[in-house]
Design a binder for this molecule. Structure first.
Ligand code: CP
Length: 312
């Protein structure tokens, strides 16, 4: 594998899950694989889990990670082609990506969407520019429209925790005070579409995700109906896709409560706003898998880096 930019880079989800489980059972088995190799982690946006788990994954493979907060510490990067650079940006992605490629064997990038310019966000300008102008493999640490490291993590977590062959998995929208990206939800949808699960999405009217991503997946606007017989309830807030980037509702009736989830396991990528998205009683109960998910971020990233290192 050259790049890991989307869930579509996973050729066989079941074999990837099996490989991730093996890595988790023996995380240092491939400590020699990344010897003398450098992973550059470039953050244009904040992170806790991705930042630490991807470094941990690199260290488990014997790699040397270098982390840079691009937005605060680097020159402002210009992504436009042919732009007259007489504004705020001081360095073009053509030079920046090529320069970083001389220091790093793999580059991982986090770049959130604008949530104001749908066309620009859907073009994945930042991620695709790194792919185009870097001479080394690129890993997506959450881009404008996808978070494939999180999606792989969630597949692993569901596989580890399911008690039935074909679990029912619900992705539920939840209220939030801020307009949030669609990336985690998109990648979760794409991941579940690859798995042998009964999968439904539940969100209010006006909050349907990109129909090119949801495809044939059922969308149920009644949360109670969607949650019936669920084994896993994955919750995420996202802003409207149709009325792009807008917060159309903060209806607290969509918050996840202990009463609503019944015997289902609760999942969220974190960070999560307590008692806005989900009540304490869920997060503080045995129903919650959020810490297991965060732990699995390391093994998902390690599998991705291992596959890329084996192909260098
Ligand atoms: N889930 C996730 O990507 O967490 P961070 O934003 O903290 O990296």
């Amino acid at each position: 594998m050259k790049n890991y930019t989307s869930i579509h880079d996973i050729d066989n989800i079941n074999s990837w899950i099996a490989d991730a489980k093996k890595i988790k059972a023996n995380p240092l088995k491939y400590i020699e694989l990344g010897k003398n190799k450098t992973l550059g982690l470039l953050f244009l946006n904040s992170s806790l889990r991705t930042r630490l788990s991807t470094q941990k994954a690199a260290l488990n493979l014997g790699m040397n990670p270098i982390v840079m907060n691009v937005s605060g510490d680097a020159w402002g990067i210009e992504f436009g082609n042919g732009t007259v650079m007489n504004g705020k940006t001081a360095e073009h992605i053509k030079e920046a990506a090529a320069v970083v490629s001389q220091y790093c064997d793999i580059i991982a990038v986090r770049a959130f969407p604008t949530l104001t310019d749908k066309t620009k966000d859907e073009s994945e300008e930042v991620l695709k520019s790194f792919v185009a102008f870097a001479s080394v493999p690129i890993v997506n640490m959450e881009s404008a429209t996808g978070h494939p490291l999180q999606g792989l993590t969630d597949a692993l977590t569901i596989s580890e925790n399911t008690k039935v062959v074909k679990p029912k998995v619900v992705l539920s929208w939840a209220p939030h005070v801020k307009a949030l990206p669609h990336a985690v939800a998109n990648s979760f949808v794409q991941t579940m579409q690859k798995m042998d699960v009964e999968f439904v999405i539940s969100n209010p009217e006006g909050y349907n995700l990109n129909p090119e991503i949801t495809g044939d997946t059922p969308i149920i606007h009644n949360q109670e109906e969607a949650f019936k017989d669920a084994d896993f309830i994955y919750t995420k807030s996202w802003s409207s896709y149709e009325d792009y980037g807008k917060v159309l509702s903060t209806d607290p009736n969509w918050m996840i409560t202990k009463d609503k989830i019944g015997d289902a396991k609760f999942m969220h990528c974190l960070p999560v706003r307590r008692n806005v998205v989900v009540e304490d009683a869920v997060l503080d109960s045995d129903s919650s898998l959020v810490l297991e998910q965060a732990n699995n971020r390391t093994y998902a990233a390690q599998l991705v880096l291992k596959k890329i290192l084996e192909n260098l």
